[in-house]
Design a protein around this ligand. Structure first.
Ligand code: C5P
Length: 234
């Protein structure tokens, strides 16, 4: 397993076709080195989406599994052979599911880092209260992170708003991957609510920063990528 990054940029390739994804790959060649393949592209293009990007960099295969332990273990086992270096499952699947997923990941020939998704970054306090009433987002993230660690996962997915508390509670060896990242010059926050700039997220201890639409929908995705790299360097 590779050493965790320190504010390393992961570009979310959320496209509806492999052709579109490959055009983006060409535009970003030499600028981006870590890509996220998620549900949209994977559903459209299948495992080839992973191999096309793992041939030019590292891949986070973001399929956020959430099911009974045997099903999730099987899905993790199958996806661990595709060439991604990071996979994820929902931490709210519970400890038996997390333990089964962690065992499946660690028994792969090249074990990927397995992360637990805590509270999705599009939830603000009002919509979070519909899902887990009476608990703050921060406490829910910390509870789920505790569960993820107890289940044998290597870290969590959370927003930058919780990154500092997670770093304090879990120390440097727990990997934090942060989506909901928007540079100050981004045109739009889209559906994301708990957002931060790349520099802020890195300062709060994020190992990986996931940026999608601020790059992919930018008129010049390559210069947007280079600008983010510049803003998080050092
Ligand atoms: O375009 P944007 O930068 O908002 O994309 C964020 C990406 O990160 C999306 O692919 C989304 O699925 C993913 N993600 C997220 N929040 C999480 C986990 C993953 O936004 N908690």
């Amino acid at each position: 397993m590779a050493e965790p990054g320190a504010g390393e940029l992961v570009v979310a390739v959320d496209t509806g076709s492999l052709d579109e994804a490959l055009r983006l790959r060409d535009v970003l060649a030499g600028a981006a080195s870590f890509y996220k393949v998620g549900k949209e592209l994977f559903t459209a293009a299948g495992p080839r989406a992973v191999s096309e990007f793992s041939s030019v960099g590292r891949v986070f295969l973001d399929l956020k599994f959430h099911d009974i332990p045997a099903t999730v273990a099987g899905a993790v086992r199958a996806s661990a052979t595709l060439g991604a270096s990071i996979l994820d499952v929902h931490a709210s699947g519970g400890r038996p599911m997390l333990e089964a997923a962690a065992r499946a990941a660690s028994s792969a020939p090249a074990p990927p880092l397995l992360l637990g998704v805590t509270v999705l970054t599009h939830l603000d306090p009002a919509s979070a209260a519909d899902v887990f009433p009476g608990v703050s987002i921060r406490d829910q993230v910390l509870n789920l992170a505790r569960l993820a660690r107890a289940g044998g996962l290597g870290g969590v997915v959370a927003s930058a708003a919780e990154a500092g508390a997670l770093r304090d509670a879990f120390g440097d060896d727990f990997v934090l991957l942060v989506p909901g990242v928007r540079p100050h010059w981004a045109a739009d926050t889209h559906d994301q609510k708990r957002v931060a700039t790349p520099a802020e997220a890195a300062r709060r201890g994020a190992n990986y920063l996931v940026v999608g639409r601020a790059i992919t929908r930018h008129p010049d995705p390559r210069s947007a990528t280079l600008r983010i790299l510049e803003e998080t360097a050092g």
